[in-house]
Design a binder for this molecule. Sequence first.
Ligand code: SDX
Length: 429
Amino acid sequence: MKDKAILTYDGKSYELPVIHGSEGDKAIDITNLRKDIGLTTFDPGFGNTGSCKSSITFMDGDKGILRHCGIPIEQLAEHSSFVETAYLLINSELPKKDELERFSSMLNDHSLVHEDMRSFFENFPRRAHPMGILSSMVNSLMAFYPEIPEKTEDEQINITFARLLSKVRSLAAMSYKISRGHKLVYPSNRLSYCANFLNMMFDSPVRPYVIEEDLVHALNVFWILHADHEQNCSTSAVRLVGSARVNIYAAISAGVAALWGPLHGGANQAVIEMLQLIYDSGGDITPFIAKAKDKNDSFRLMGFGHRVYKTYDPRAKIMKKMCDTVLKQQKKNNPLLGIAKRLEEVALKDSYFIEHNLYPNVDFYSGIVLTALGIPRNMFPVMFAIGRLPGWISQWRESIDDPHWRLHRPRQVYIGAKKRDYVPIDKRV
Ligand code: SDX
């Protein structure tokens, strides 16, 4: 029997279909609400609104579950590589050995950035934030690689996906080198995806970069933890911009821009700056906890809270462990980690955080790992963007392939002035 909800309005009852997800999630289908009843729904921030049906990522915010194509994030973080997880997200299945080899080799084939793009970098101010540069450069890729097949089942589309996954990583390293006035380091086909990035970032003519497997592993896990997260703000931006049938580079560029925000992917940079501020002010967390709870203070405990997770973000658990592992391997200490752990310990016992279901999210510990990798703070959101690329690509592909694809165009409730006449300027008081 078809599940349904009954809406009673203005003395009449209406049946609305209820659709069931494969993991038990349910949604009232309001597709015909306005046509049948003349009503729209009102849901600022879309906290209760499903924008699509998707088979890519499943999250249970109450239980702290995150799975990609059914595989728990904990297993991917332990056993997979970022390239393999990217393949899974884009193709819905883990690759066989030959498929993974072909995919990796395709990424190598498309890692070089067109030399004419170098001049774009040289004209950005040195202090420009790398996320603004990245969003512009991703958009510019369309000018150099306009051949995108109409249909996503065309094998050629994989070249476009490979260009994004591989060139965005190269563009990120290029923006860092140029911002430092350093010589560019080209990608090398003899290095893995993650080792290549670290080499492009840190190799130099005077001191060749020594690839350390511990750091390569940490980067793989870091990017796996960021790879997709269902309909978050930046992914919704990619889907919304993509719904106008603009090219994928423009849609992904919009995703980069949305991710830049400190409430979203920019939070990883905001967290480390907050921890540094606490450290520089003597390390006492009490006033900062009080500010976070103060309704009249705009300060928020960055890296805490989540629209979906109302328990510990499963990615944060893995990231927290990785902090200890990487620092131990590198024989390094980072006093900001101690501050972060104390903040977590105090907050999780505080009634405000408990009542508001505020727990560490993926961004709370990630900056400690990135610092151990030598990544500069203003590059932290860029690292999130590179990790999220396979998620954006897979979500874009799913929306393009959706037989019910429609231009995204939300409605509103108008609360402005009622009809009135134009007043000539000499009659305005
Ligand atoms: C990411 O969506 C995704 O999946 C995103 C992401 C992904 O992988 O794509 O997981 C990545 O963006 C993680 C979130 C990173 N952002 C931050 O860490 C910034 C700090 N966190 C918040 O600003 C906030 O928690 C959000 C933006 C993450 C979620 O906010 P919501 O769901 O819109 O909730 P809200 O802002 O309406 O807050 C609800 C209440 C409010 O108090 P009341 O007015 O109800 O009394 O909780 C309070 C807020 O003041 N609150 C916080 C808080 N977060 C929420 N109070 C203090 N510190 C915080 N961090």
